[in-house]
Design a protein around this ligand. Structure first.
Ligand code: SAH
Length: 400
């Protein structure tokens, strides 16, 4: 008998609408004694089935629904079919991979109806990250399906400390299928990227690269011709490289991580762009305020800070932070310059973020018109009822 998680009255609507998370406070009682990773059926207070998922007893989200079909078996074949579907629509709808883009997200957890599973493809390698005990328990089926569906030659497992602690499993980064390669090698907009493979020395900041910004980097590349560009919070310089490739006059990339700066310098050199990009290690706020004091001006500024609010309680503080950051960016922006300002804090809504940007611009005595509001790239889908999945905001503005 499959165990059952009964919801409390008043907590049914989101799950019924398609929000895949069952929060602990929504659970009235659990019938049967499911172990971590076991399949469970979720039911409303009347006993009607809402769906089925894996059980994570220690988590604040004890069930993430994988299917509305309470009779489905969430076995290896089920996972393989979902993974194949994800690969198929990326190929057919999104043209991923393509000749000029061979790095992309193959599985975006909830957005691919596979909560607990994130898979990024880097050319002929894939990196798998588990977020739930249930998904981790079926890892063999997942690795095989990724090999088969993505047409890769090797699979790495990468860890996330946050998930491991919450879900009670351990992972060491490393190869789980195929023969090891020292590096992950892929193309983005004809820029060749090489980043250390998971488990190798220097490997593993997240799954190695931030594919969610891919389309925004393509846009920046198309806006960059002849411009002096600042890429603040550059990581390995995805925006900087796109801008340089797009004919920027000069590019400055700033990041606080030595590993990111060194990798970025090497990638620029690999692409014959070393002369076009200056990499500077430092705190982006400090560097921007020094540049402003020296009256340095840029025609295009990209601001892509790390997550500044991790939950609702941190939103107010983060909003102030976004405001100050955007004021600083405005101070180094030449008249008629383009501001590409991003937030990956899911708890900060698009409207709240735009207000912080507007306030920051006013603090710097500037106005702006919004040219585009964008989100994560097409290979980062989210269920329509799952706002948490739409964490990335990218506002493109012209600042006269
Ligand atoms: N724009 C990048 C992704 C940026 S992720 C891309 O397109 O790939 C955020 C980055 O901010 C990380 O690389 C992190 O090292 C860097 N970072 C964090 N705090 C910082 C600080 N105070 N100053 C500069 N960089 C910082």
């Amino acid at each position: 008998m499959t165990a059952t998680v009964h919801l409390r009255p008043g907590f049914v609507q989101p799950v019924w609408q398609g929000h895949p998370w069952v929060f602990a406070q929504a659970v009235a009682r659990t019938e049967g004694s499911p172990a971590a990773g076991d399949e469970v059926i979720v039911r409303d207070p009347q006993g009607n089935p809402l769906g089925r998922g894996y059980y994570s007893p220690a988590s604040a989200i004890p069930v993430r629904v994988l299917t509305r079909d309470a009779t489905a078996s969430l076995d290896g074949d089920f996972l393989a079919a979902r993974i194949a579907e994800a690969a198929a629509w990326r190929r057919d709808v999104a043209s991923l991979p393509s000749a000029s883009h061979t790095g992309y997200r193959l599985i975006n957890a909830e957005g691919d109806a596979l909560p607990g599973l994130t898979v990024d493809v880097f050319g002929d390698s894939a990196c798998v990250q588990f977020g739930t005990a249930g998904m981790k328990r079926r890892e063999g089926a997942v690795f095989d399906a990724v090999m088969a569906s993505a047409g890769v030659r090797r699979v790495y497992e990468v860890s996330s400390e946050k998930h491991q602690q919450r879900e009670g499993f351990t992972v060491t980064d490393g190869l789980v299928r195929g023969d090891a390669a020292g590096e992950l090698d892929f193309l983005e907009g004809d820029v060749r990227f090489r980043v250390p493979a998971p488990g190798s020395e220097g490997g593993g900041q997240k799954t190695g690269y931030y594919f969610d910004q891919r389309e925004n980097r393509v846009l920046v590349g198309s806006l960059a011709r002849g411009r002096r560009v600042l890429d603040a919070y550059s990581y390995v310089g995805g925006f900087a490289l796109a801008a340089a490739k797009g004919g920027a006059r000069e590019v400055l990339a700033v990041d606080s991580s030595l590993h990111a700066i060194e990798a970025g310098q090497r990638i620029a050199a690999d692409n014959g762009l070393a002369g076009a990009i200056t990499h500077r290690r430092g705190d982006a706020k400090l560097v921007m305020s020094q540049l402003a004091d020296k009256r340095e001006r840029f025609d295009l500024v990209v601001l892509d800070p790390p997550k500044l609010a991790h939950n609702a309680r941190e939103v107010e503080k983060a909003t102030g932070h976004y405001r100050r950051l955007n004021a600083l960016a405005a101070r180094v922006l030449a008249p008629g310059g383009i501001l590409v300002t991003c937030s990956c804090s899911g708890s900060v809504s698009g409207d709240v973020f735009l207000r912080a940007v507007a306030a920051g611009l006013r603090d710097a005595n500037r106005d702006a018109v919004v040219l585009a509001t964008r989100g994560a790239a097409i290979d980062h889908p989210s269920p329509v009822a799952f706002a948490e999945g739409r964490y990335l905001k990218c506002v493109v503005a012209r600042v006269p």
